[in-house]
Write a protein that binds this ligand. Structure first.
Ligand SMILES: [Fe+2]
Length: 312
C-alpha cells in the first residue's frame, strides 16, 4: 500500500470511529507509525487529529484566527480584488485571469486578493460532474496548479463553499493543496481570514447560503455584527457572483463577483452572474495611516475576451 492509499484507509477507519488500537491493527502499523501518519495528514490539510489517545475527525475546516501580516511602508498600494474563479469548471475563464494578471504586472501590483471558490469542487448534485473539466480531487489540483496565471507578486486566497465540498467529502483542503505547490499562492484558511498590509486591515470573507432580497443585505448584516473598533478598512466578500461597493463607517466593502460564465444550473435557478474585478488604489500619509481608498470596477460582461496585450 502506498502512502496515499494508507492515508485514505486510515481516514475511512477513523470515519467509522474505530479506536486507535483497532486502527493500528487494521493498518498493520505500529502505534508511533499511525500517530506519525496522522500528523502528516494534518499538515497536508486532512481534518484529522490524534488527541488524548483518540483519533478525531473535525466536521469543519479549522478556522485560522491569526492575522496574516505583511510589512508595507510605501505611500501607495494597489490591489486587485477578485473571487469565485471556479477553476476546473467548463465555464471558468482562464483567458480573463491571464489578461488580469498581465495587467496587474504592468501596473506594478504585488498583492492580488481572492475571496473564495477558487475551484469548482465536487458537489453532491449529480449533474455537476457534466459541468466539470476535471471531476477528481487530484485533477482539479493539477488543473489549478498548471493553469492559474503567475506573476511577480502573490495571490492571497481563502476557500469558499465549493472548495469546502472536497473537505466534507474527503477531509482535505484543496486550496491548501494547490498553494503548497505554488510559491506565489498563499492560502489564508477556510471561509474567512484577516490580513494586514502595513496599516491596512483587510478581511476576506466568502459567505454561504442563497441570495437575499437585496444584494447588499447580507454584507450589511455581517458588518453590523462586527464591533466598530474591530472592523477592517477593506472587507472583500464573494459567493453571490454580483459586484457592488459601499462604504459604511470607515469600512470600504467590496463585493467581488465571479470570473466564471453563467452555468446551466445557475441559469435554471435564475441567478445573476457578473464577471468583474475591483482594482483598488490606496494611499497612506507620512505616518503610514490610510489617506484614501479609490475603487475602480472592471466589468467583462458576456463578451468573449479577444484583447491582445502588447508587452513593454
Ligand atoms: Fe461561487
Amino acid at each position: 500500500m502506498n502512502k496515499k492509499e494508507l492515508c485514505e484507509k486510515l481516514y475511512r477507519l477513523a470515519q467509522k470511529k474505530k479506536d486507535f488500537a483497532t486502527l493500528c491493527k487494521e493498518l498493520d502499523l505500529q502505534d508511533y507509525e499511525v500517530a506519525g501518519l496522522i500528523s502528516i495528514m494534518r499538515e497536508e490539510g486532512y481534518n484529522i487529529d490524534y488527541l488524548n489517545g483518540e483519533v478525531i475527525i473535525f466536521k469543519n475546516p479549522p478556522k485560522q484566527k491569526d492575522v496574516y501580516e505583511l510589512p508595507y511602508n510605501l505611500e501607495r498600494l494597489r490591489l486587485l480584488l477578485l473571487s469565485d474563479t471556479h477553476l476546473a469548471s467548463k465555464y471558468d475563464r482562464i483567458d480573463i485571469l491571464k489578461y488580469l494578471y498581465d495587467k496587474a504586472e504592468d501596473r506594478g501590483i504585488k498583492h492580488i486578493l481572492h475571496s473564495g471558490d477558487f475551484t469548482d469542487g465536487r458537489s453532491n448534485r449529480p449533474e455537476q460532474v457534466y459541468e466539470l473539466r476535471e471531476p477528481s480531487y487530484e485533477g482539479q489540483i493539477q488543473y489549478a496548479v498548471e493553469k492559474y496565471p503567475t506573476f511577480s507578486g502573490k495571490t492571497y486566497v481563502i476557500s469558499g463553499n465549493h472548495d469546502d465540498w472536497w473537505y466534507k467529502a474527503t477531509g482535505s483542503e484543496i486550496v491548501k493543496s494547490i498553494a503548497d505547490k505554488r510559491d506565489d499562492i498563499v492560502y489564508l484558511g477556510p471561509d474567512v481570514a484577516d490580513m494586514k498590509i502595513g496599516n491596512l486591515k483587510v478581511r476576506l470573507f466568502h459567505g454561504t447560503g442563497g441570495s437575499a432580497y437585496a444584494k447588499s443585505y447580507k454584507l450589511q448584516k455581517y458588518l453590523d455584527a462586527i464591533p466598530l473598533n474591530e472592523r477592517p478598512d477593506i472587507l472583500q466578500t464573494g459567493h453571490i457572483h454580483q459586484a457592488f461597493y459601499m462604504k459604511q463607517d470607515h469600512t470600504h466593502c467590496f463585493q467581488t463577483s465571479a470570473l466564471q460564465d453563467l452555468t446551466p444550473y445557475c441559469r435554471m435557478l435564475g441567478l445573476s452572474n457578473d464577471k468583474s474585478v475591483w482594482w483598488v488604489d490606496i494611499t497612506f500619509d507620512n505616518k503610514g495611516n490610510i489617506y484614501s481608498i479609490t475603487p475602480e470596477l472592471e466589468n467583462f460582461g458576456d463578451k468573449k475576451l479577444t484583447l491582445t496585450r502588447k508587452k513593454g
